[in-house]
Design a binder for this molecule. Structure first.
Ligand SMILES: C[S@@+](CC[C@H](N)C(=O)[O-])C[C@H]1O[C@@H](n2cnc3c(N)ncnc32)[C@H](O)[C@@H]1O
Length: 253
């Protein structure tokens, strides 16, 4: 989290706030082509179950009702594809991500899967979205918010583009607090993940950053308060896998 107004965390390092985005972009540029495979390897496939909970909670309409979802920091489109598979024919998902390489992988997949009409990919910074006020029925962000340098600004933008009555859902790594599991999780995170990242994605440092950034992310209650401060109401969260992951929810009312 931010320690002073002009510096912030990049993993365990302090960097000028203005430099963080470029460092984050280097990480995802480097891992884009292997990103989805690495997610499966690192989480033992669990990220699929966590994303299923997110999609189930979005609860897109199954019938003819139109539904517009914005998936922020949507990367290679994994959440978007899951939502359209669950939804009726008039659901449209906009994947917004700052990284052209991640989006390129996603676009190719959308074409391969015949989902390029339902899913649109837009290069955009979560801190300054190129969408009108109140233009989406729901906004999701999965494993993305901790990479956004000015999290509060990202939350305000999510609020701005959401219609009244719309829901914001954020899936993110959180704080494991189960004795025993926390020690194993630390060992696994700081040793196995960078090693596998080095072997499979060719960039151990990128995965070291990802692990460290998880540890720097606010506790779920503190993050819920940040969501409330951005204007959302009825903010709640559910923890999964002993707190390794949390799903936060807020409504624009
Ligand atoms: C860990 S990946 C998550 C991708 C996808 N949501 C998923 O769950 O598979 C984080 C994503 O956040 C994106 N990102 C980082 N900073 C961003 C920003 N300021 N605005 C939009 N996207 C950003 C990265 O480019 C990357 O694709």
């Amino acid at each position: 989290m931010t320690r002073s107004s002009d510096h912030t965390d990049f993993g365990f390092r302090q960097v000028p706030l203005a430099d963080k985005q470029a460092l984050v972009d280097d990480v995802f540029r480097s891992v884009a082509s292997r990103y989805d495979l690495m997610n499966d390897l690192m989480s033992g496939g669990l990220h699929r179950a966590w994303k299923d909970v997110l999609v189930h909670t979005v609860n897109p309409p199954k019938g003819e009702r139109p539904f517009a979802l914005l998936d922020l920091a949507g990367g290679t489109g994994d959440v978007a594809f899951r939502v359209v598979r669950e939804a009726g024919p008039r659901t449209r998902v906009t994947v917004a991500d700052i990284n052209a390489e991640m989006l390129a992988v996603g676009r190719e997949r959308a074409i391969e899967r015949g989902l390029d009409e339902a899913v649109t990919f837009v290069e955009a910074n979560a801190e300054a979205l190129p969408f009108p006020d109140r233009s989406f029925d729901a906004v999701t962000i999965a494993f993305g918010i901790r990479n956004v340098p000015r999290i509060e600004q990202g939350l305000r933008e999510a609020f701005r583009v959401l219609r009244i009555g719309g829901r914001f859902l954020c899936l993110e790594f959180s704080t494991c607090d189960v004795p025993g599991l926390d020690a194993f999780y630390d060992l696994y995170s700081f040793n196995v993940i960078p090693a596998v990242g080095g072997l499979v994605a060719g960039d151990a440092e990128a995965y070291r950053y990802l692990v460290e950034s998880i540890r720097r992310f606010p506790h779920p209650q503190a993050f819920a308060e940040m969501i409330g401060a951005a204007g959302f109401r009825r903010v709640s969260f559910q923890r999964m896998a002993g707190g390794i992951v949390a799903l936060h929810s807020g409504w624009r009312l």
